[in-house]
Design a protein around this ligand. Structure first.
Ligand code: NAD
Length: 402
């Protein structure tokens, strides 16, 4: 069928298989080119067997590509994506990305196996453990890049038929303490409007921590370790965001920020708990970028359009793959962390000269001047590319197998 973008709010309900493959190829080409000119700094022995949880889009996909083509690593990926329902419904972008990655990696002589299902579940953990046992023996790196709006958890009760009772827990993007009003970009109309972000209840905060905090990451590490499939000296990473003060009420100090605090605490606990095995857990603070998850956060899309404009002008702009290449081939091998132990991939975003310009634009931005002050076109280009659209070398008038 001929696949066209169908945008609804901040998501696109269709994805283009060839466009997604193009996106993956471009990311692979980028890492290959960089790798040719970059020696791994520091004394990290390049991991060779890597598990990526949340491997199909955004930072997780870019991480998988960076380690596969940067270290020559064999990878197992876990993601939760939608299959196509012919004749009309396309698969999700992450599903096509994963197919494309697996095919390309295999063609390049790398092992790549991907699982589609709920990474929070015990069943998925067991499937992955069995695969590692069979195919790898052990993994020496675990990347946790899962971002989800909800998680199914066990309540601790057992149903009459003996199965555990479960419930769905949702994360929210709200403030903590007081509501917050600021400007936002309405992605449907490109208008600047005011938005008031409501206060999360205690329960909502706790649920957000359950979904996006470190509990499941720790559960993965414990399960892998318990099964004997985690190598001594293995490295594990998860991702966070901090950002400038104008976004703190909704991000760093908001409900999602509480989950990210828990993630950092989890990293420190993992490092401590497995210190005799030499395991190291890191949080990498990444740059704000257009991904399926970030598009859903109020205020952040406006910040991103202003940021893109400034960073592109200063020649400092990066996308997911540029960020992850720099993480895995430069910062991590050099063990470059700040005083609190974070790896700072937001170092260029947070440069004072970048933030000063963004703050100035934030003060004066309006519907009338957003095209001039913000990189709306760049935002939408990235948005469409996430779903495999608007690549200049893909023929979108062609019939494709979905
Ligand atoms: P994303 O939406 O592009 O990717 C999320 C991944 O998680 C996908 O592979 C998806 O399939 C997978 N997933 C979702 N639910 C799952 C489930 N139940 N089981 C298994 N897999 C599941 O998101 P992203 O923006 O790349 O976010 C990844 C991490 O990076 C998050 O921790 C996020 O907070 C962090 N981060 C993002 C930004 C940003 O600006 N996008 C900035 C800094 C840090």
């Amino acid at each position: 069928m001929i696949v066209e973008p169908k945008v609804k709010g901040f998501i696109c309900t269709t994805a283009h298989p060839k466009g997604c493959a193009e996106s993956v190829s471009r990311q692979i080409a980028y890492v290959k080119e960089k790798r040719a000119s970059r020696e791994l700094g520091g004394d990290l022995e390049a991991p060779k067997k890597v598990l990526v949880i949340g491997s199909s889009t955004g930072y997780g996909l870019a991480s998988r590509i960076a380690v596969a083509y940067g270290y020559g690593a064999d990878t197992i990926g876990v993601a939760f994506e939608k299959e196509s329902k012919p004749p009309k419904r396309t698969a999700s972008a992450g599903w096509y990305n994963t197919k494309a990655f697996d095919a390309q990696a295999k063609a390049d002589g790398l092992y790549a196996k991907s699982f589609n299902g709920d990474g929070f579940s015990d069943e998925m953990k067991q499937t992955v453990i069995d695969t590692i046992k069979n195919d790898f023996g052990q993994v020496d790196m675990v990347i946790y890049s899962l971002a989800a709006p909800r998680r199914t958890v066990k309540t601790g009760e057992v149903a009459e038929d003996g199965t555990p009772v479960t419930k769905a827990v949702s994360s929210v993007l709200k403030t903590v303490g007081t509501e917050f009003t600021n400007r936002t970009l309405d992605l449907r109309t490109n208008e600047i409007t005011d938005v008031t972000v409501p206060v999360a209840t205690e329960d909502e905060i706790a649920d957000t921590v359950t979904v996006m905090g470190g509990e499941d990451w720790a559960a993965w590490i414990e399960a892998l370790d318990g099964a004997g499939v985690l190598a001594d000296g293995a490295v594990t990473l998860a991702y966070s965001y901090i950002g400038p003060t104008m976004t703190h009420p909704i991000y760093k100090d908001g409900s999602i920020g509480q989950a990210k605090k828990h993630l950092k605490k989890t990293a420190d606990e993992i490092t401590e708990k497995y210190s005799d095995r030499g395991l190291r857990a890191y949080i990498s603070v990444n740059k704000a970028l257009v991904t399926q998850s970030s598009a859903a956060i109020p205020i952040v899309p406006l910040y991103i359009t202003l940021l893109y404009k400034v960073m592109k002008k200063m020649n400092l702009h990066e996308g997911c793959i540029e960020q992850m290449e720099r993480l895995y081939l430069d910062k991590l091998p050099k063990d470059e962390t700040d005083a609190e132990g974070y790896i700072r991939l937001d170092d260029w975003e947070m440069k004072p000269e970048v933030q000063d310009e963004v703050a100035k634009a934030w003060e004066t931005v309006s519907t009338e001047n957003i095209q001039e002050l913000g990189d709306i076109d760049g935002y939408w280009q990235d948005f469409y590319e996430m779903f495999g659209f608007k690549f200049d070398n893909v023929d979108y008038s062609e019939d494709v197998e979905i």
